[in-house]
Design a protein around this ligand. Sequence first.
Ligand code: NAD
Ligand code: TYD
Length: 359
Amino acid sequence: MKTYLVTGGAGFIGSNYIHYMFRKYGEDIRIINVDCLTYAGNLENLKGVENRDNYTFVKADIRDREAIEEIFAKNNIDRVVHFAAESHVDRSIRNPEVFVETNVLGTLVMLNAAKKAWEKPDGTYMEDKKFLHVSTDEVYGSLEEGDTYFYETTPIDPHSPYSASKASSDMLVKAYIDTYKFPANITNCSNNYGPYQFPEKLIPLIINNALQGRKLPVYGDGKNVRDWLYVDDHAKAIDMVQEKGRLGERYNIGGHNEKQNIEIVRTILDTLQEMLPEGDPRKALVSHDLITYVEDRKGHDRRYAIAPDKIKAEIGWYPETMFKEGIRLTIQWFFEHEDWMKNVTSGDYQKYYEEMYKA
Ligand code: NAD
Ligand code: TYD
């Protein structure tokens, strides 16, 4: 039975990945979820798995070398899937330091701890040990309309403090692969959406605001493009890369689902109208009139787009969930989890929102 150490498993993608892995492997794997529970980490995301015998939660900070080494010392870890990070671009523009501390130094701690646990005296590694570093397509910078796509060979050119910190962590993983032959992969994925996403990100923020008849802030001209991927497809890709990918390789994940932000906002409004039953008081609140153009994000990347040719050719992964279907699944999930949204938007979120959108 393989033991997985998942970092950041109480966040959006990490928790979806843990649910996905238990759906797929059931009792055949063990997962240790290491998360320090920042504002973005939420144990409610793991309801339904927390009582499993083959699941353990450890509250620890990836910057804490001793705590991380202890987890490796006490458990025979076979797989590391490293999600833990500060993940929001707007927050990185306001407060870059913690992005460097967690995303860069935290990744270094994870690499060193895994290397120490897995390396044999002759410099080779124990058999079948693998580290997967979860990264973003934002490390490649920005495309313009009419440009091609991001490929694995596209030069790294990050613009925001967030993407610069992720690019730095990617480079560290690459350095460990190149220098120490460390058994790792890097994945660079496009924008995810789906259940459990924190409503600082575009899609859950728009769903939450629209249902309350609040303004829908669209940055700049609303024509920035993102390549949206349903989070389960990402979880599947990570598992496939880790099991079938060539060690040491980078794989881009995403694909052919490019949409302008304004199109996303309009689709959400139309889908909410379709899905809300007659007589639901929220139906009267959801309106295109809520769309409000606001000051642009500083250094706002224009377009991200992935051509998932390598992962498709080598591993057989491709995105399965069409946006039309994925957005309905997401909205349905938010309808069924009103308490989740209430809980995450109470307290500190209000302060963040007021500060961020005060203009
Ligand atoms: P998230 O912000 O929802 O979750 C991050 C998790 O990491 C939280 O549970 C948080 O508590 C935990 N964490 C933060 N700092 C920590 C620390 N110092 N020690 C331990 N735990 C810590 O993020 P997400 O959207 O789920 O993203 C997960 C990963 O995927 C990140 O590495 C991100 O860069 C990458 N990624 C995200 C997207 C996206 O669209 N969200 C796309 C591509 C790649
Ligand atoms: P976001 O979800 O923050 O992801 P990322 O910046 O990592 O791509 O933003 C997605 C796009 O939506 C991005 O172009 C910024 C834009 N955006 C808005 O227009 N309004 C908002 O309130 C937010 C949060 C994002």
